[in-house]
Design a protein around this ligand. Structure first.
Ligand SMILES: NC(=O)C1=CN([C@@H]2O[C@H](COP(=O)(O)OP(=O)(O)OC[C@H]3O[C@@H](n4cnc5c(N)ncnc54)[C@H](OP(=O)(O)O)[C@@H]3O)[C@@H](O)[C@H]2O)C=CC1
Ligand SMILES: O=C([O-])CC(=O)C(=O)O
Length: 266
C-alpha cells in the first residue's frame, strides 16, 4: 500500500484529535500527518512544541508547506481559512475540507471546482456531523428529490451568547442563509445541500434547546424514490462542544476510504 502523507491546517479540537488518532494511536496504519501549517505570528511558539509532540514538520509559509511530499491537505480550521488556502492547495495537492461552509461562496466554489478539474486533484468533503448523504445522492438518480429539511437542535450556549432558558427557534430558512448566520454550526447544512438539491432549496431550522446536552440533527428527504428520515444525536466534542465528536471520526473514515481497495456505500 502506498502511504498517505497528510498536511494539516488547524490545530484546535479537530486538528489535535487527528494528530492523536493518526500519529500517536496509529488508527490508520497507512496514514501519517507529516506537516502542519499555521502562517500566523501567534502560532510561532506553539508550532515547535506540536512538532515535537506529534512527530511532524511545521510550516509558517504555504508555499514551502506545499513543496513537501504531502499527498493530501486536511483543513480543520475555519471557513475563512479554508477559503484562504484551498485554491493554492488544489493546484498541487488533494484537499479535504471540513469547514464546508466555504462552498456557500459560489464564486469561490466555482473556482475551486474548475481548478480541481484542471489540476487533476480532488476535493473531499466528509459527512462530518451527519449521515444520510449516501441515500440522498442515490435518491437523485431515482427520479429526483422534492424536498430536504434539516432540523438542528443544540444546547443553547453552543448557538448563542444570549441567556436562553426555554426552547427557541433561532433560524428558519435556506441552508445558504443558515451558514451566513451560523458559520460554526451549519456546515452540515451545506454538505447536505451539495449532496442533494442545493443551498437555496434545502430548508433549515436551528433550535436552541437548554434541555438537551447533545447536538441533534434530524434530516427529512422526500422524492420519487419515497421518503427517508434520519436522526443523529451526537455527543459534543469535549474540547469544543459546538462540534460533534463524530465529526473528527468522519474525517478518519474519509481518509480510511482512500486506503481501502473495497468501496462501501455510495
Ligand atoms: N462539516 C461538519 O460537519 C462540521 C464542521 N465543523 C467545522 O470544522 C472546523 C474546525 O472545528 P474545530 O476543530 O471544532 O474548531 P476549533 O475552533 O476547536 O479549531 C479551529 C482551529 O483553527 C485555527 N485557525 C484559525 N484560523 C487559522 C489560520 N488562518 N491558520 C491556521 N489555523 C487557524 C484556530 O486557531 P486559533 O484558535 O488560535 O485562532 C483553531 O485552533 C470549524 O470550521 C467548524 O465549524 C465543525 C463541526 C462539524
Ligand atoms: O458538529 C455539529 O453538530 C455540526 C456543526 O457544528 C456544523 O455543521 O458546523
Amino acid at each position: 500500500m502506498i502511504p498517505i502523507r497528510i498536511g494539516l491546517i488547524g490545530k484546535g479540537n479537530l486538528g489535535l484529535f487527528l494528530l492523536r488518532k493518526i500519529n500517536i494511536e496509529k488508527l490508520l496504519p497507512n496514514c501519517k500527518i507529516i506537516a502542519m501549517l499555521d502562517e500566523r505570528e501567534k502560532a510561532k511558539d506553539e508550532l515547535p512544541v506540536l512538532a515535537e509532540k506529534y512527530d511532524c514538520k511545521v510550516f509558517q509559509d504555504i508555499h514551502t508547506f506545499l513543496q513537501t511530499d504531502i499527498d493530501i491537505v486536511v483543513e480543520c480550521a475555519t471557513i475563512d481559512t479554508a477559503k484562504l488556502y484551498a485554491l493554492e492547495v488544489i493546484k498541487k495537492k488533494d484537499l479535504m475540507l471540513i469547514s464546508i461552509g466555504a462552498y456557500a461562496d459560489s464564486a469561490f466554489a466555482d473556482l475551486l471546482n474548475v481548478s480541481a478539474q484542471e489540476s487533476g486533484h480532488r476535493v473531499y468533503l466528509p459527512s462530518g456531523a451527519i449521515g444520510g448523504l449516501d441515500a440522498l445522492k442515490a435518491a437523485k438518480f431515482a427520479g429526483g428529490v422534492e424536498s430536504v429539511t434539516l432540523t438542528t437542535r443544540k444546547p443553547a450556549n453552543s448557538l448563542s451568547d444570549e441567556i436562553i432558558t426555554e426552547k427557541k427557534i433561532l433560524f428558519e430558512g435556506s441552508a445558504l442563509d443558515a451558514i451566513k448566520l451560523f458559520p460554526k454550526n451549519a456546515n452540515v447544512a451545506i454538505v447536505l445541500s451539495l449532496a442533494g438539491i442545493g443551498m437555496e432549496r434545502t430548508s433549515v431550522r436551528i433550535i436552541a434547546d437548554p434541555s438537551v446536552t447533545q447536538n441533534i440533527h434530524h434530516i427529512e428527504v422526500v422524492g420519487a424514490f419515497g421518503e427517508f428520515a434520519m436522526m443523529i444525536k451526537n455527543n459534543p466534542s469535549p474540547d469544543n462542544p459546538k462540534t460533534s465528536y463524530i465529526t473528527g471520526a468522519s474525517i478518519l473514515a474519509a481518509l480510511a476510504n482512500l486506503e481501502n481497495s473495497v468501496a462501501i456505500g455510495t
